[in-house]
Each structure stands twice: as structure tokens, then as C-alpha cells.
Design a protein around this ligand. Structure first.
Ligand code: FER
Length: 261
């Protein structure tokens, strides 16, 4: 059921946001490996570095998490963040940033095989892989501004739940948090936000979005209601899509434009 607050506050983006433009500088996408102490294996993540990336500057980083059936390639297929960012940066609409797309299934076989729901516990374990393995690997290999104000965490569905679960409980690590169509792995708003004051004071942006055709909208609605009741500023964007790539692409497009300002 939709409530009076469940409205679209960011319009659908224009056509062509992920069309590769010849006239603009392009960043670089690479698939890298890192040693995960958490899992005990070598794992993979995709990393976008913006056009003109140089060790002479320090860059903010967005960690971008996939859904229950995805892996480190899923965002590339759903939303082409590399092309999207090249275009937004060229138009002066996004700050040059690194985007890290890890694999959120922290277990030895991290492929999305068989019954993907059976791996739900590994999505919770990923909290440790992210904080203890992924972020240190990125910060040792790339030229990163490691301050919390320069670190964002967002994701779709299962990855949206992870972003809320990890981001809201590690305010010392993340200042920008986004959940798109967050899944039932999202912890209760009361558990995630026991102290509204701390979130209000420390978060620069909390983005919640969901399509009004999405069967999981109750999860995001519950979070929105709790935030509203506790006076925590946030974006609550409900568009006309479902649990689908168009929602994720469109909301990523708006979210990244707000980051690191
Ligand atoms: C569930 C329904 C959906 C659930 C997870 C999902 C953990 C995740 C969906 C997705 O990532 O697309 O009950 O429980």
C-alpha cells in the first residue's frame, strides 16, 4: 500500500544517460583481485577510476553493492556506472570519484549459483570483508581520500539492505548512504538508528528509494517512517518502476550527483 509520502521527488532522468559519448573523456574500468582475510580466498571487484585519474590527487570513493542474484559485474550490466559517471563528470554534474563494485557474497564460492537465497548469510558476513579487506585494499592501491566524508556506501536490494545495515552502524566510516529497493535483509529501523541524533549530526546524505511496483516497498517505507518520526533528514524517492534495473539506474544517477559536495 502506498502512503501520502510515497512520491517521486527526483524526475526520471533524460534518455541516453548511459550512452557512451565520443566527445567526452573516459575513465577506466578494471577487474582487480584482493586477498580476503575474512573469507580466506582471493576475491574480485570491479573498480572505476574517473577520467584523468592521477596519483597527484586524492579521490572520494563510492562502494556500490549488488543484489542477491548478482556479483561484482551486476551494476555494470544494470546501470553502466562507468559511462554514466563519464557523462556526469563531463557535464560538471558529478565530482570525479572512484566507484568500487565488490562481490557482497562473502563466502568461498561467491558465484550466484543454485538457490541464491541460501547465500543470504554470506551477505551479512560481507560487513567484515568490506571494512577489513575491501576498503584497505582499495586505499592501498588507489589514490584515495580516506576521510569518512569522502566515503559513500550504496546498493540495490540485498545490497541496499547491506548499505543501510553497515553504513548506519559505522557512521565513523561512511557519511553518505543509499539503499535502492532495500531487501528484507535490512535490519529494523530501531536497531539501525537507536540514536537519531548521531545520524542527524554525522550523515551528509541518506537516500532511500523504491519503485511503487516493487513488492519489497514495505521495507523502505518502514525505514522512511522511522526516520520521519525521529526527524532524520533523508531523501525518499518513490518512482513508478518495480524491482528492476531502470529504478536502480535512475536512482544511482541522482544519488551520485549529490555525493561529496
Ligand atoms: C527476500 C526477498 C528478496 C530476501 C532477499 C531478497 C533475504 C533480495 C532480493 C534482491 O536482492 O534482489 O525475502 O531475504
Amino acid at each position: 500500500m502506498l502512503g501520502p509520502d510515497d512520491k517521486q521527488v527526483y524526475d526520471d532522468p533524460p534518455e541516453g544517460i548511459v550512452n557512451k559519448r565520443d566527445g567526452v573523456p573516459h575513465g577506466k574500468l578494471e577487474l582487480i583481485e584482493y586477498e580476503s582475510k575474512t573469507v580466506g580466498t582471493t576475491r574480485k571487484m570491479n573498480v572505476y577510476t574517473p577520467p584523468g585519474y592521477t596519483a597527484d590527487k586524492k579521490y572520494p570513493v563510492l562502494y556500490l553493492l549488488h543484489g542477491i542474484g548478482g556479483d561484482e559485474t551486476e551494476w555494470l550490466r544494470f546501470a553502466n556506472p562507468d559511462v554514466m559517471l563519464d557523462n556526469l563528470i563531463a557535464d560538471g554534474k558529478a565530482i570525479p570519484m572512484i566507484i568500487v563494485m565488490p562481490n557482497g557474497r562473502a563466502q568461498k564460492n561467491d558465484r550466484a549459483e543454485g538457490n541464491v537465497f541460501a547465500s543470504a548469510p554470506a551477505f551479512a558476513v560481507f560487513e567484515h570483508d568490506l571494512l577489513d579487506d575491501v576498503i584497505p585494499a582499495i586505499e592501498s592501491r588507489y589514490s584515495v581520500d580516506a576521510r569518512r566524508d569522502m566515503r559513500a556506501l550504496a546498493g540495490l536490494s540485498m545490497g541496499g539492505g547491506q548499505s543501510l545495515n553497515f553504513g548506519l552502524t559505522h557512521l565513523d566510516q561512511f557519511a553518505w548512504v543509499g539503499g535502492f529497493s532495500s531487501a528484507p535483509n535490512t535490519k529494523s529501523p530501531q536497531d539501525l538508528i537507536p540514536d537519531a541524533g548521531a545520524v542527524k549530526e554525522q550523515l551528509k546524505l541518506l537516500w532511500l528509494s523504491c519503485g511503487n511496483q516493487d513488492g519489497l516497498i514495505r521495507i523502505s517505507q518502514g525505514m522512511h517512517t522511522h526516520l520521519k518520526e525521529n526527524g532524520v533528514p533523508h531523501v525518499w524517492n518513490v518512482d513508478g518502476y518495480g524491482h528492476d534495473a531502470t529504478h536502480w539506474r535512475n536512482n544511482l544517477y541522482h544519488f551520485v550527483q549529490l555525493l561529496f559536495r
